[in-house]
Design a protein. Sequence first.
Length: 88
Amino acid sequence: MSLKIVVLAKQVPDTRNVGKDAMKADGTVNRAALPAIYNPEDLNALEQALRLKDRFPGSTVTIITMGPGRAAEIIRESLYDYPQSDLL
């Protein structure tokens, strides 16, 4: 049995080191003041998908993201951290 696995990945603001400029006057997050990182839960989902792919030969993993142009970094990071052959 082979699987077709889809992982939804999102860039989120890194809130580990929040400074005074992290919030806007209206109470929303100032994304320009915080670096964007791979959502940790989405990274866990990718790792689990790759485990399943190893368990079921012939399976594929597809990563989908949305956001501004810089969101494409998530796809590049996935390909960098995990060999391309693991994701295809």
